[in-house]
Design a protein around this ligand. Sequence first.
Ligand code: CTP
Ligand code: MG
Length: 220
Amino acid sequence: MHAVGIVAAAGSGLRLGADLPKALVPLAGRPLVCWAVDTLRAGGVPTIVVAVPAAERAAFAAVLGPEVVLVDGGATRTASVRAALAAAGGGADVVLVHDAARPLTPPDVVARVLDALAAGADAVVPVLPVADTVVVVDDHDVVTDAVPRAPLRRVQTPQGFDRATLAAAYAGLADDAELTDDAAVVRAAGVAVVTVPGDERAAKVTVAHDLALAELQVRA
Ligand code: CTP
Ligand code: MG
């Protein structure tokens, strides 16, 4: 099984509010995107395409070196992954799509996703249970309902796919479609998505507090 990795790194990181694109923000002195690429490599994915903000290509090339393929990302995550997928070529049988914003994902998670693909799954996501009570509120923020949490899962990356299945799902998606992850793209095409255990350490860096937690995690 030949795997290619895609790292979605073309976001600006508005909620983090740094003066750099989020994927270039340092964690323990190294840009988030470098950590994400290392995780894929350590988990067994040697070939990697990184979608980057078009205006920042040189900065990404400088930190990532010549071993990865860089492509210009788009205005949405969906557009960025679509561009990276086009550059990933037809040589691979499976694709793993990972967020640059999940720098401390343990390589074990990558290995679990690859194992599920090797066992025949067309689409795989790492997930975690929901610990908090989940409620629904009305327009006045008054609780109207509670959602049973037993069947709920939080979805992480890397997400793994049969390459042809993912390519066909993106080809069938409207040009301006905007979905939050790639499993949603294949689900829209009717593909079954299986789950494997995720890891709390694969948490996404979204706001400044998440970056502070990640710094603590590196030190621990
Ligand atoms: N991403 C991307 N292209 C985009 C938008 C997002 O490749 N046009 C990537 C981000 O770089 C990130 C991942 O998708 O690694 C998850 O997105 P998110 O955490 O929302 O990052 P940003 O979009 O950069 O942050 P924000 O929404 O706060 O601006
Ligand atoms: Mg975003």
